[in-house]
Design a protein around this ligand. Structure first.
Ligand SMILES: *Cc1c(COP(=O)(O)O)cnc(C)c1O
Length: 475
C-alpha cells in the first residue's frame, strides 16, 4: 500500500469506526454462527498475490463482522466487560503507527517515562501506598504469574531461577475457593503444582475466611510444608466478593508470606473514595494488580501491577545479555526487567489519553452511573417474589436466579440455564453464569461504557417475558 492510499483508506476506516461507535447497538450482541462457519469461508492457502484494500475490507465486512461478539454493545452483560472509549481507540491508532518497542528506556524514552508517570497517577488516585511502584503488563494473568514467581524467588533466596527445584521445597500458596483460574494456571507454570494451591473456605458473602486461612497455614507447617504466598481477591470473578485484605495482611506478616492482591476487575472502584474500605490494609501487601482494560475505558490489553519492592521483580526477571546493555542502565527503569516479555507495547499512551480526556472526575462520574444503575436493578429483582439475589452486591455485578419451592436444586439449575440461554439466543442481550453454593445463577455486570437506564429496562422486560414462557409455556 502506498502512502497516498494509506491516507485515503485511513480516512475511510475512521469514518467506519465512528459509524460503529454510533451504531454498535444495532448489531446482535453475540453472533448466531456455528463452529467452523467462519473458517470454512476462508481460502485454504495464504494469498500468493496482493489484494486491493477494497477487497480485503469487503471480506472483513462480509466474513468477519458476522462472526464478531460485540463486547462494546451496551447490553453485553456477560463475564466482566472489556470496555473501551474513543480516546483509548485514538491512542491505540497512534501506538500502532509509531510501532514503538518499549522494552527498555533507550528503546523509547518517552514510553518508559510516561509509563512511570501514569502508573503513579493511578496509584495516587486510587489511594494506594505512595511508595509502591507500578508496571503495565498485558493481563492480570501475567501480572499474577510474575507476583508468584517473585514470591517463589524471594522464598528460595533467588536460587530456583539459578538451580531449578531441588525437589525438597514443598511450597504452598493460599487463596479462597473462589480464586480466579489464572492463579491455578500460574501454579502450573511456576512449577509449584496446582495441588499446592490451598483453597480456603469462604464465608456467607463468598469472601475468604481468614481464620480458616491461618488454620490451613498452621496445619501445613506441621506437615512440613513451606507456605510462601497468599493471593487474595479484591472482587472475585463469580460475585465480586471482597476478601478481608487487612486481616489477611496481618496473617501474611506473621508467617512471612508474600501477599498478592488480585483486584483485576474491582480495583477500578478504588478511584471512588467511598469504596476505599475494600483496600484497607493493602499497604501491608507485596503486590497488587488491576485491569484498566476491564472497567476503566481502556481498550484491551492493559493491566497494571504494583509492587512494594520493585527489586524483587528485577531480581526475578532481569536478564542483560551483551546486546541489550546500554550506558543508561544504572539511571533508568528498563521495564523488560519487571516481567516476562522482552518486547513491550506502548500501553501507557492509552492510559494517558483516557485519564486526560475523561479526567478522574469524568471516570468517577461514569463509575457512579454504573453503580446506581445496579441499585435500580437490585430493586427490580427484590420486588419479584420468584427471583433471588444469590450473593451480596458490593459493586456492579448481580448474581440472581429464578426460585420456586416446588423444584429441587437440579431442576432449578436447569431452568435458570435454559432461561439465560434463551435470552442470549435473541441477540438482544448477553449474560454469562456462575455457580454459588451449587446454585446456577445469572451474572449481570453493568460496566459498559455507554450503558444507561434504557438498556437495563429493555433487558429486564426481555428477561421477564422469556421467564414467563419457560415457566408457563401454555399461557
Ligand atoms: C478477569 C480476572 C482475571 C484475569 O484477567 P486477565 O487480564 O484476562 O488475565 C484475574 N483475576 C480476576 C479476579 C479477574 O476478574
Amino acid at each position: 500500500m502506498n502512502k497516498k492510499d494509506f491516507r485515503k483508506y485511513a480516512h475511510e476506516l475512521v469514518d467506519w469506526m465512528a459509524d460503529y461507535m454510533e451504531q454498535k447497538e444495532s448489531y446482535p450482541v453475540t453472533p448466531q454462527v456455528s463452529p467452523g462457519e467462519i473458517y470454512q469461508q476462508l481460502p485454504n492457502d495464504a494469498p500468493e498475490v496482493p489484494a486491493s484494500f477494497e477487497t480485503i475490507f469487503k471480506d472483513f465486512e462480509e466474513i468477519i463482522m458476522p462472526g464478531i461478539s460485540h463486547w462494546q454493545h451496551p447490553a453485553f452483560f456477560g463475564y466482566f466487560p472489556a470496555n473501551n472509549s474513543e480516546p483509548s481507540i485514538l491512542a491505540e491508532m497512534l501506538m500502532a503507527t509509531l510501532g514503538a518497542q518499549c522494552m527498555s528506556w533507550l528503546t523509547s524514552p518517552a514510553a518508559t517515562e510516561l509509563e512511570e508517570k501514569v502508573v503513579e497517577w493511578l496509584r495516587d488516585a486510587k489511594g494506594l501506598d505512595s511508595n509502591w511502584k507500578g508496571v503495565i503488563q498485558d493481563t492480570a494473568s501475567t501480572a499474577t504469574l510474575c507476583a508468584i514467581l517473585a514470591a517463589r524467588e524471594k522464598a528460595s533466596g533467588f536460587s530456583i531461577n539459578q538451580k531449578g527445584y531441588s525437589g525438597k521445597e514443598k511450597y504452598r500458596v493460599y487463596s479462597s475457593l473462589h480464586v480466579h483460574s489464572s492463579v491455578d494456571k500460574a501454579m502450573r507454570i511456576v512449577g509449584l503444582g496446582e495441588e499446592n494451591l490451598v483453597k480456603i473456605n469462604v464465608d456467607k458473602s463468598f469472601a475468604m475466611d481468614p481464620e480458616a486461612l491461618e488454620l490451613a497455614i498452621k496445619a501445613d507447617l506441621k506437615k512440613g510444608y513451606k507456605p510462601i504466598c497468599v493471593v487474595s481477591a479484591l472482587g472475585t470473578t463469580s460475585s465480586t466478593a471482597i476478601d478481608p485484605i487487612d486481616t489477611i495482611g496481618d496473617i501474611c506478616i506473621q508467617y512471612n508470606l508474600w501477599h498478592h492482591i488480585d483486584a483485576a476487575y474491582a480495583g477500578t472502584a478504588l478511584l471512588l473514595p467511598e469504596y476505599r474500605w475494600m483496600s484497607k490494609g493493602h499497604d501491608k501487601a507485596d503486590s497488587y494488580v488491576f485491569n484498566p482494560h476491564k472497567w476503566m475505558f481502556t481498550n484491551f490489553d492493559c493491566s497494571v501491577l504494583y509492587v512494594k519492592d520493585a527489586q524483587h521483580l528485577v531480581h526475578t526477571f532481569s536478564m542483560t545479555p551483551e546486546y541489550l546493555k546500554t550506558s543508561h542502565d544504572q539511571d533508568v527503569n528498563n521495564y523488560r526487567d519487571w516481567g516476562i516479555q522482552l518486547g513491550r507495547r506502548f500501553r501507557a499512551l492509552k492510559l494517558w489519553f483516557v485519564l486526560r480526556s475523561y479526567g478522574l472526575e469524568g471516570i468517577r462520574k461514569k463509575l457512579r452511573v454504573h453503580l446506581s444503575l445496579t441499585q435500580s436493578l437490585v430493586n427490580l429483582v427484590e420486588n419479584e417474589s420468584n427471583l433471588e439475589l444469590v450473593s451480596p452486591i458490593p459493586l456492579n455485578t448481580i448474581c440472581f436466579r429464578f426460585v420456586d419451592k416446588s423444584f429441587g436444586l437440579e431442576k432449578l439449575n436447569e431452568i435458570n440455564q435454559r432461561w439465560m440461554e434463551s435470552v442470549n439466543a435473541t441477540g438482544k442481550a448477553f449474560f454469562t453464569h456462575t455457580k454459588l453454593d451449587k446454585k446456577y445463577c445469572i451474572r449481570w455486570v453493568i460496566g459498559q461504557t455507554d450503558v444507561n437506564q434504557s438498556h437495563i429496562d429493555k433487558t429486564w422486560t426481555l428477561l421477564m417475558e422469556i421467564l414467563e414462557d419457560i415457566i408457563e409455556p401454555n399461557n
